[in-house]
Design a binder for this molecule. Structure first.
Ligand code: C2E
Ligand code: CA
Ligand code: CA
Length: 593
C-alpha cells in the first residue's frame, strides 16, 4: 500500500521533467532560430555596406568577408574558410607590409586588448600593381566566451572618390595644372618655412596678352589649344627645376621660385618665357606671335609674405599699363622699406640676450591734483641699426612666433625689479600697469609665473596691474575670464585697455572683472570740437563708475582736454601733455618725494 503514492510521485516528477525538457528544447530551437535570423540580418547589413569588412582568424583564415571586400580584394566567391591568398599589402610609413604581418605587429603592440585602430590614408595593394588609398580599422575580439580564440575584424574604407574630388578641386579643368586654390595652400606652407633660409622667394605672374582678341581671331578651340600648350610648356619647366607652376585663371599663370639668389635670376627667367612665347605656336606652319605681361614680387624685397601674391598682381597691372610684353617688379614704398621684416625677424630672437629691450614708463596722473600716482610700462626695442623700434612693429612678429610669452615674462621681471629699487630708495609707491596679449593669457602657467615672480621679488601685488585690450578680452571670453579671475586672486588688478574701440556689450562689461577702464585715445581726438564725442565720453565715465570701475583717459595732449575731461569726473589721466613714456631714470625724477 505504501508503494503506490511513491510511484505516483515518481511519475509526477518524470512528467514534470519531460515537460521541462520539451520546453527547454523548444526554447533552444527558438533561440537558435532567432540567432540565425539575426545573423542573416547582420550579413545583409554588411552585404550592402560600401565599406569592405573581413573577419580573419588568428591563422589568417577568412571567417567572413562582405561583398565590398570580395570586390576590393578579388576574392573567389567560394573563399569560405580558405586562407587569405594572395595577402594584400598595406603601406605604412612608405613601406609595404603584408596585411597579416601588420595585424600581428598591431597585436603585439596592443596585447590582446579589444581595440579599434583607425589608420588614415593608408594605401592597400591587392596584386602587386594596383593600389588604392584607404582608411583601415582593426578590431580584435575573442570568439566565444572562453577568450582562448581571437579574431580580427578589419574594415576598409576606400578613399579613391575623396581623393578624386580633392584632385579636381585643386586642378584647372582645362590644363590640369594645379589651380589658384592649390597655389594658396602651397604658398602658405612655403611661407611658414621661409625664415629658415636667408634666400629670396619669387612669384612670377604671367598673363598672355590680348587674349580676348586672340580668341575672337582663332576661335574657341584653337585659343584653348594655346592655353594647353603653354601650360604644358610651364609644366615641363617646373619638372626640370624646383619651381611650382599654377594655372590661376583663364590666361593667368603663376610660377613660384622658392629659392632665389638674386633678382636678376628672376628677370632672366621671365625674359626666357617671353622669348619662348614668340615662336612656340604655329598655325599652318606660320609662327603666331604671342606675348605675355609679367608681374614679379620677391620676398623679402617686395614686402611681407602676407601681401606677396597681391603685390604680384599689382606688378602685373603695372606691367600692363605700358603695352604688351612688359615685365614689372613690385617695389615697396618708403614706409614699407623702413623696417625690413626679415632682418627684424631674425634679430628679435637675440634681442633679450643682447639686452636690446628697454622698459619706458609713462606717468599716469590723478585727475583731481595731477599728481603722478601710477605708470604704464611700455616696451622699447633699441636696435643697433634702426634705433628705437615702436612696439606696434615688433609685437605682432613676436605674437606670430610665440616669443611674446618670453617677452611678457621679461617685462614683468624688469618691472618688479624696478619696483623693488624704488622701494629700497624710498620713492613713493607707484602702481605700474603691464600690457599683456591674448597669447599670454591663453598660455598654461601664466598666472603661476606671475605669482612666482611676485614672491621672488617680494613686491606687493597691489603695485601691479595688467592691461588687456578690449577686443582681445572678448575673443576668448571664457578662457580669459578664468585667467583674469585667477590673477585677481593674487591681488593684482586688471585694466580694460583701449575701451571704445571694440564692441563690448553692456552685459559683457558688467561681468568683466576689470577694476579700471582705459578710454582709448581715438575717442577723445576730436572731443574739443565735437559735442557728440563729449556726450559719449561723459556717458562712458558714468557707466564705468556705475560698475564700480575707476576711469583712465588716455592720449591727453593739451590743457583744454585736461580741463574738459577733468570736469567729467574721470579719475586718472595719461598722455603726452603730462609726459611721453620715459626711461626709468628719467621717470623717477617725477616721483622723487
Ligand atoms: P597701448 O597699450 O594703447 O599704449 C599706449 C600707447 O599710446 C603708447 O604707444 C603710448 O606711447 C601712446 N601714447 C600715450 N600718450 C599719448 C598721447 O598723448 N598721444 C599719442 N599720440 N600717443 C600717446 P607705444 O608705446 O608705441 O605702444 C603701442 C602699443 O604697443 C601699446 O598700446 C601696447 O598695446 C603695445 N605694447 C607696448 N608695450 C607692450 C608690452 O610690454 N607688452 C605687450 N603685450 N604689448 C605692449
Ligand atoms: Ca596699454
Ligand atoms: Ca591703450
Amino acid at each position: 500500500m505504501g508503494v503506490a503514492p511513491d510511484r505516483y510521485l515518481l511519475y509526477g516528477i518524470l512528467i514534470l521533467l519531460s515537460a521541462i525538457l520539451v520546453f527547454v528544447v523548444r526554447h533552444r530551437r527558438r533561440t537558435v532560430k532567432e540567432m540565425e535570423l539575426k545573423v542573416q540580418m547582420l550579413k545583409k547589413a554588411f552585404a550592402i555596406s560600401e565599406d569592405a569588412v573581413i573577419v580573419l582568424s588568428n591563422d589568417n583564415t577568412i571567417v567572413y568577408a562582405n561583398k565590398a571586400m570580395i570586390r576590393m580584394l578579388d576574392l573567389p566567391s567560394d573563399f569560405v574558410h580558405g586562407k587569405l591568398d594572395p595577402v594584400p599589402s598595406i603601406k605604412v610609413k612608405r613601406e609595404w607590409i603584408p596585411l597579416d604581418t601588420f595585424l600581428t605587429q598591431l597585436q603585439q603592440s596592443n596585447k590582446d586588448k579589444m581595440q579599434s585602430f583607425p589608420h588614415s590614408s593608408l594605401s592597400i595593394q591587392k596584386h602587386q600593381q594596383h593600389s588604392i588609398p584607404v582608411n583601415l580599422y582593426v578590431h580584435r575580439t575573442p570568439v566565444g566566451k572562453s577568450h582562448t580564440k581571437w579574431c580580427n575584424i578589419v574594415s576598409i574604407h576606400d578613399l579613391t572618390k575623396e581623393y578624386e574630388r580633392d584632385r579636381i578641386a585643386h586642378r584647372n579643368e582645362l590644363s590640369n595644372l594645379p589651380n589658384q586654390l592649390k597655389a594658396k595652400e602651397d604658398l602658405n606652407k612655403l611661407f611658414a618655412k621661409i625664415h629658415l633660409h636667408n634666400k629670396k622667394l619669387a612669384l612670377v605672374l604671367i598673363n598672355l596678352d590680348n587674349f580676348v582678341q586672340i580668341r575672337s581671331m582663332l576661335g574657341y578651340e584653337q585659343s584653348e589649344q594655346i592655353i594647353v600648350r603653354f601650360a604644358h610648356y610651364l609644366e615641363q619647366l617646373a619638372k626640370e627645376s624646383s619651381y611650382y607652376v599654377y594655372h590661376m585663371s583663364s590666361n593667368d599663370f603663376l610660377v613660384c621660385m622658392p629659392v632665389v639668389e638674386t633678382v636678376d635670376e628672376v628677370v632672366y627667367f621671365s625674359h626666357q618665357i617671353q622669348s619662348q612665347l614668340q615662336s612656340f605656336y604655329k598655325i599652318n606652319n606660320v609662327r603666331f606671335h604671342l606675348t605675355a605681361s609679367i608681374g614679379i614680387s620677391i620676398y623679402p624685397d617686395s614686402g611681407s609674405t602676407l601681401t606677396l601674391l597681391d603685390h604680384a598682381y599689382q606688378a602685373l597691372a603695372e606691367a600692363q599699363k605700358n603695352g604688351y610684353g612688359n615685365i614689372h617688379i613690385y617695389e615697396r614704398s618708403e614706409l614699407e622699406k623702413k623696417y625690413d621684416e626679415l632682418i627684424l625677424f631674425n634679430a628679435i630672437h637675440d634681442a633679450i640676450d643682447k639686452q636690446e629691450f628697454e622698459i619706458h614708463y609713462q606717468p599716469i596722473v590723478r585727475a583731481k591734483d595731477k599728481e603722478v600716482v601710477a605708470a604704464e610700462a611700455l616696451i622699447r626695442w633699441k636696435h643697433s641699426e634702426y634705433g628705437y623700434i615702436p612696439p606696434d612693429v615688433f609685437i605682432p612678429m613676436l605674437e606670430k612666433s610665440g616669443f611674446i610669452i618670453d617677452l611678457g615674462r621679461f617685462v614683468l621681471s624688469e618691472v618688479l625689479k624696478q619696483q623693488k629699487r624704488w622701494e629700497v630708495f624710498k620713492f613713493k609707491p607707484i602702481e605700474v600697469s603691464i600690457n599683456m596679449s591674448l597669447l599670454e593669457i591663453e598660455t598654461e602657467g601664466f598666472v603661476e609665473n606671475v605669482s612666482k615672480q611676485l614672491t621672488e621679488h617680494q613686491v606687493a601685488p597691489e603695485l601691479i596691474k595688467f592691461e588687456i585690450t578690449e577686443g582681445v578680452a572678448m575673443e576668448n571670453e571664457s578662457q580669459a575670464d578664468r585667467q583674469l579671475q585667477a590673477l585677481k586672486k593674487l591681488g593684482v588688478s586688471i585694466a580694460l585697455d583701449d575701451f571704445g574701440t571694440g564692441y563690448t556689450s553692456f552685459a559683457y562689461l558688467k561681468k568683466f572683472p576689470a577694476d579700471i577702464l582705459k578710454i582709448d585715445k581715438s575717442l577723445i581726438d576730436y572731443i574739443l570740437d565735437n559735442e557728440e564725442d563729449q556726450r559719449i565720453i561723459r556717458a562712458m565715465i558714468e557707466l564705468g563708475h556705475n560698475l564700480g570701475m575707476k576711469i583712465v583717459v588716455e592720449g591727453i595732449e593739451n590743457k583744454e582736454m585736461v580741463d574738459l575731461i577733468g570736469s567729467y569726473g574721470c579719475d586718472y589721466m595719461q598722455g603726452y601733455y603730462f609726459s611721453k613714456p620715459l626711461p626709468a631714470y628719467e621717470f623717477q625724477e617725477m616721483i622723487r618725494r
